[in-house]
Design a binder for this molecule. Structure first.
Ligand SMILES: Cc1ncc(COP(=O)(O)O)c(C=O)c1O
Length: 363
């Protein structure tokens, strides 16, 4: 009735329909206050309450200990590629980067402009079709931090569990494309950052979770907007925060809590991904998965067909049938189904049926 498509976009991506409906309901008049959330001062009590609620819901869902701060900033995950080393990579120090895709590579390149960076493991040689083996002797026991990307959105690989740093080297993660998709032991991390526009909400807000003690290392002379310590002290409200994006994030968090939290979400996500991977594995080579089986992402399923022409036909036919966003990223080619939290199992079932029909016709 609403003419909604099955949305497999990689980000910005689909949002839960109940979240969109709630936002629509409150769009003109938020909580009977006679104005929308976008028209309200960020210094007002209702907005302050919203910020507190978002902080509390994030803590509840991810089980975030008290000695961590949660920041809600702008600039996307890409700004974090620079902000992180500005704050945590001292001039005479060095940071280790694990590179299992283009995003990790960009993070390392940006950090390299600001300080010493060592790429300690990479799978670029095989076009990031797998996670690298981490050789412990290659790690710097004195590194300022060890950075990795938990889910590489473009290549479709994901760490089943986090790599282990040496000693007390802080583990830093770009969790942009799998935050809130499964439970995570936050206490293993020094810092996590994520753009919201895949699993957590719309674009415009970036989530940063940072351990207290790391704030103490932040240099004194940073521009205020790029200073984690100052942003933490000001509860992410040194200046006007992205209020509408934070509001949408709050609705997504409530939706996650209501459906049973991250254990439940992880189960649903595994089930969805399992269905598509099964279709690929049973296709006798017609569909070809990009990532190695053990390293497959539950968020972004990347695969190809025997020819580029067939891939183009696949995207065209799928789009005509209301299955959109399936074209792979230009750097990998092929196809990609992004099936974040908000992607319902029905969309996945429809895709799997389509894949089977398409193979019947062209296989
Ligand atoms: C893993 C990962 N890191 C970083 C980014 C860049 O995010 P942003 O557009 O918020 O800067 C993306 C975007 O797709 C991503 O998937």
């Amino acid at each position: 009735m609403r003419n909604r498509v099955h949305n497999f976009n990689a980000g910005p991506a689909g949002l839960p329909i109940t979240v969109l409906e709630k936002a629509q309901d409150e769009f003109i008049n938020y909580q009977g206050l006679g104005m929308s959330i976008m028209e309200m001062s960020h210094r007002s009590t209702p907005f302050d309450d919203l910020m507190k609620q978002v902080d509390q819901d994030m803590r509840q869902l991810l089980n975030i200990p008290d000695n961590y701060n949660i920041l809600f900033l702008q600039g996307g995950a890409s700004l974090q590629f620079s902000m992180l080393p500005m704050n945590l990579l001292p001039k005479n120090g060095s940071a280790d980067y694990i590179v299992n895709g283009v995003w990790g590579q960009k993070a390392a390149q940006e950090a390299h402009k600001l300080g010493n960076v060592r790429v300690v493991a990479s799978t670029e040689e095989t076009n990031f079709d797998r996670l690298p083996d981490l050789i412990r002797a290659d790690l710097d026991p004195k590194a300022a931090y060890l950075h990795f990307t938990s889910n590489e959105t473009i290549h479709g690989n994901q760490w089943p569990e986090e790599p282990r740093p040496l000693n007390d080297v802080p583990l830093v993660c770009d969790m942009s494309s799998d935050i809130l998709s499964r439970p995570v032991d936050i206490s293993k991390y020094g810092l996590i950052y994520a753009g919201a526009q895949k699993n957590a909400g719309p674009s415009g807000v970036t989530i940063i979770i940072i351990r207290d003690d790391l704030l103490e290392q932040v240099p004194q002379d940073l521009p205020v907007m790029l200073d984690y310590r100052l942003q933490a002290k000001k509860n992410s409200m040194y200046n006007t925060p992205p209020s509408f994006s934070i509001y949408m994030l709050s609705l997504v968090l409530t939706w996650l809590i209501d459906l049973g939290g991250l254990e439940e979400m992880a189960m649903r996500n595994a089930r969805k991904a399992g269905k598509i991977y099964q279709a690929i594995d049973r296709s006798k080579g017609f569909y070809r998965g990009h990532a190695k089986t053990e390293h497959r992402s539950l968020m972004n399923v990347t695969f190809g067909l025997p020819s580029e022409n067939l891939e183009n036909d696949f995207v065209k036919d799928a789009t005509e049938q209301g299955l959109v966003g399936l074209k792979g990223h230009r750097s990998v080619g092929g196809l990609r189904a992004s099936i974040y939290n908000a992607c319902p199992i029905e969309a996945v079932k429809t895709l799997v049926e389509f894949m089977s029909k398409f193979q019947g016709e062209y296989g």
